[in-house]
Design a protein around this ligand. Structure first.
Ligand code: SF4
Length: 197
């Protein structure tokens, strides 16, 4: 069983990767560079630590077109988070099909970000990306509808998690206690599009 994990190198993507690895899933990380965000070096360093292959893809002109008129609008500033996440998941779908992976996973946590991670927004991203039930959120799976790999038994839903909300404490605890991740990445504040200035 092989999965593409949207991989920023942040804590959430590290934990999503580890949760899948412990169920025997081979993970390929996908890091996406946008015109406003590049965390590819950090992702490469973290991928090396986890022993996973990392693919880096860049969004350019299509991203700028989306930014001019995002279907789902902007967040607090000019951050089109819902459209941006859907676009990234579409890239992950392409890679999944290219390399014959079985599903896509992200480190999204239900309710963690007000602009893109409420339950209905996660469902919208699943639908808009074309992934539907092939998009798994291992950190919040147990508070979401079962996905295809959970339904067909490829993933044990009971071993996935039910994290919700903005607090990071439980995630940090899990990283330290269960996965021996010693260097905890700093929390992300989003990309430059989220900044007032
Ligand atoms: S913070 Fe920036 S990179 Fe992250 S989802 Fe929003 S628009 Fe995309």
């Amino acid at each position: 069983m092989k999965a593409i994990v949207l991989f920023s190198g942040g804590l959430d993507s590290l934990l999503a990767t580890r949760l899948l690895q412990e169920q025997g899933v081979e993970v390929v990380g996908l890091n996406i560079i946008t015109p406003f965000h590049d965390c590819s070096q950090e992702a490469a360093d973290r991928a090396k630590e986890l022993g996973i292959e990392l693919v880096v893809r860049e969004l350019g002109e299509d991203y700028m077109k989306m930014l001019a008129n995002p279907r789902w609008g902007y967040g607090a500033n000019v951050n089109p988070c819902l459209d941006c996440r859907a676009m990234m998941c579409r890239e992950a779908k392409k890679l999944m099909e290219e390399i014959g992976a079985d599903f896509v996973a992200t480190g999204e946590v239900s309710g963690q970000r007000p602009n893109s991670q409420k339950i209905h927004q996660l469902m919208l991203i699943s639908r808009e990306s074309g992934l539907g039930g092939k998009l798994v959120r291992p950190l919040s799976a147990k508070v979401l509808n079962p996905t295809e790999p959970e339904k067909d038994g490829s993933l044990d839903r009971e071993k996935l998690r039910s994290f919700t909300g903005r607090g990071r404490g439980k995630l940090v605890w899990l990283a330290r206690k269960d996965y021996d991740i010693k260097t905890i990445p700093q929390p992300s504040t989003g990309c430059v599009l989220c900044e007032n200035s």
